[in-house]
Design a protein around this ligand. Structure first.
Ligand SMILES: C[S@@+](CC[C@H](N)C(=O)[O-])C[C@H]1O[C@@H](n2cnc3c(N)ncnc32)[C@H](O)[C@@H]1O
Length: 299
């Protein structure tokens, strides 16, 4: 379902190509200006996220919370769905003797992830919509800041659930849209963001609860993380301004991944990132986007 019923169907119909092209164009840009983790660090109320040390500490705490929720130390087979540049998969692999597999659909992201390969860590180009087709069973599955791109969230959850062993845990950190959001509100704030980032649809938290139930997953914990993630969109906005001041088509071209001929289209995708930085801040500040944590378990 799209925000406010707006049709962004081209992204749903051609999600594989959209992801390939977008991350070939913007992956290196985000790594340069944001870092290797393409998800948010969680802060305590008392922190403002002003210093690099505060960011590192917040990421360390966030990742420790996620690894504990996944019981990764005791897991023998771990999957990260839409692993991006592989930094979180690497973090998990360092905390288990089990095997960790990161899958992603974008070759540019995987090319960066492959540098992290180690004996218990591997990466594979594979679609999150077809996790069951991996033919493996996992006792911990993580998916951070990526489900918004999936063309059918219910089908993705069902496929992941099928690949989970009894008692396995699934940690999903999702970009949900607020419940009962008006169409005009969605059109004004969410749709420009979705256009810039190739997002076909944003799910509500209640829809995810339904998907888990139908897939045979029990919800262990759900938390709205907007307050804890707040410094991230302030920082994203500041970093976008810095990138804007230093922007030139030549510097942008340097960031494009050469494995795909994204060319002028890639430069346009990079240009769109500034609009996305404005709208994401507005969408979170207005409360229309909800950064939501779900921890589910297979019965
Ligand atoms: C914002 S990044 C997050 C990456 C990583 N989870 C992290 O937190 O650093 C979103 C990732 O989702 C991947 N992705 C989107 N749709 C996908 C799909 N259908 N199958 C696999 N990966 C997908 C993209 O290629 C991209 O690497």
């Amino acid at each position: 379902m799209t925000a406010g019923g707006e049709g962004l169907d081209e992204f749903r119909d051609r999600y594989e190509e959209t992801m390939e092209r977008m991350f070939a164009a913007v992956g290196a840009l985000y790594a340069e200006h944001w870092g290797e983790f393409f998800h948010f660090a969680l802060f305590d109320d008392s922190e403002d996220g002003g210093s690099d040390a505060a960011w590192e500490a917040a990421f360390a705490r966030t990742h420790a919370r996620y690894a504990e929720a996944l019981r990764v130390a005791d897991a023998s087979n771990v999957l990260e769905v839409a692993c991006g540049r592989g930094a979180f998969a690497e973090y998990l692999a360092a905390r288990t003797t089990g095997r960790v597999l990161g899958i992603d659909i974008a070759r540019a992201q995987l090319a960066a992830a492959e540098r992290r390969r180690r004996p218990n860590l591997g990466f594979l180009r594979h679609d999150a919509m077809h996790v069951a087709a991996l033919g493996a069973r996992f006792d911990a599955v993580a998916c951070l800041d990526a489900e918004c791109y999936f063309p059918d969230k219910a089908a993705a959850v069902a496929g992941i659930a099928e690949a989970m062993r009894p008692g396995a845990r699934f940690l999903l950190v999702a970009w949900c849209r607020r419940e009962r959001l008006g169409k005009a509100q969605a059109r004004m704030v969410l749709c420009p963001l979705m256009h810039a980032w190739g997002i076909a649809g944003l799910e509500t938290a209640s829809a995810y609860r339904r998907h888990f139930r139908r897939a045979g997953l029990r919800l262990v914990e759900e938390a709205d993380l907007n307050a804890q993630a707040q410094p991230n969109w302030e920082r994203g906005y500041r970093r976008a301004l810095e990138a804007l001041r230093g922007f030139s088509p030549v510097s942008a071209a340097r960031l494009l991944w050469n494995g795909l001929p994204v060319g002028a289209d890639g430069i346009r995708l990079i240009e769109d990132q500034f609009a996305a930085a404005l709208y994401i801040k507005a969408a979170f500040d207005a409360g229309f986007l909800r950064y939501t944590y779900f921890l589910a378990e297979r019965g």
